[in-house]
Ligand binder design. Sequence first.
Ligand code: NAD
Ligand code: TYD
Length: 352
Amino acid sequence: MILVTGGAGFIGGNFVLDWLDSLDEPIVNLDKLTYAGNLETLASLAGDPRHVFVQGDICDRDLVGRLLAEHRPRAILHFAAESHVDRSIHGPGEFIRTNVEGTFVLLEAARAYWQSLDPAGRESFRFHHVSTDEVYGSLGPDDPPFAESHPYEPNSPYSASKAASDHLVRAWHHTYGLPVITTNCSNNYGPFHFPEKLIPLMIVNALAGRPLPVYGDGRNVRDWLYVRDHCSAIRAVLAGGRLGETYNVGGWNEKPNVEIVMTICGLLDEMRPDPAGPYARLVTYVADRPGHDRRYAIDARKIERELDWRPVETFESGIRKTIEWYLAHSGWVANVQSGAYRDWVATNYASR
Ligand code: NAD
Ligand code: TYD
């Protein structure tokens, strides 16, 4: 049995589905169901005894302690977070609460539980912290990609809160011996991605004939990884990663935003042509994000060398699968575009 936090979100949800696709080991899934959590993502698991869903907050120490005592997991996989940079600019408080305080509460509960285990249980227990490449800050055009030894230089409230959580995880290992491992991954994309992030936003806006808002000059670079490749990386690290280590996970796939948007437009022209004309007509340059990191790139050689992990999807295969998924799941998209979603779109885009 493993305990997953944030397993109704984008990556956590894909991880739960991916895990139960290939293994029979049950999951307790603790998720608060914020705007980003969606049980529809897990609808295919209805009635499956291998998945126990608990709606609750990682900041709730009593609840986390009770879940650990009751289910006795061999590992905690910590995905739960506030994850959207633009939201962190408009309201950083929730990022500090969930990402920093929530990780602290979870570490303390994990420590008490781990200390209560017998020697064999203590030896095999793992606390896996899922983090981001954004903690390393921004690269210049000719800088080498982020290695695990890169200094932490977070620039947004989101990345600062994730950096703080990474430091707590590291400290709980060095001070208390808690068996932790951290992965720092690049930008994910794929099915069940909430349409506030670049790729799903561009797909759903294009299909609705709405503007495709590109921040600044559109030349900011991200490294993109198909979400199921991130899931396989986490499984590899959980199985064979060295305690106290961090592993960078990426797709060797650096692309400027405008190229991503144009690729999506071109594929939609082929897969769902719009009688009104090519989707690229909808591209609209808007005011830049404050403090917008220019470039992220991941050096993923450590996880490849030590754990023989590398991504299966290329960007070309992954983005095609992703668009096919959105075309086939218009009901999922319509359901997440609730009143609260419309409020966010108004907050973020009206003044750009
Ligand atoms: P997401 O925003 O889609 O999902 C977050 C989930 O956490 C939601 O289901 C939400 O309900 C839950 N949650 C939020 N606050 C909670 C709380 N206090 N208690 C319990 N549950 C809570 O995020 P995501 O994109 O799936 O990211 C998952 C993790 O991966 C995060 O830690 C993020 O920092 C990290 N990460 C994301 C990316 C990316 O590209 N999305 C890349 C690298 C790392
Ligand atoms: P995002 O998906 O928010 O991920 P992150 O900021 O964590 O990398 O954004 C990816 C890139 O796309 C980032 O450089 C900001 C840019 N972007 C836009 O140009 N327009 C948009 O509407 C959004 C949401 C993002």
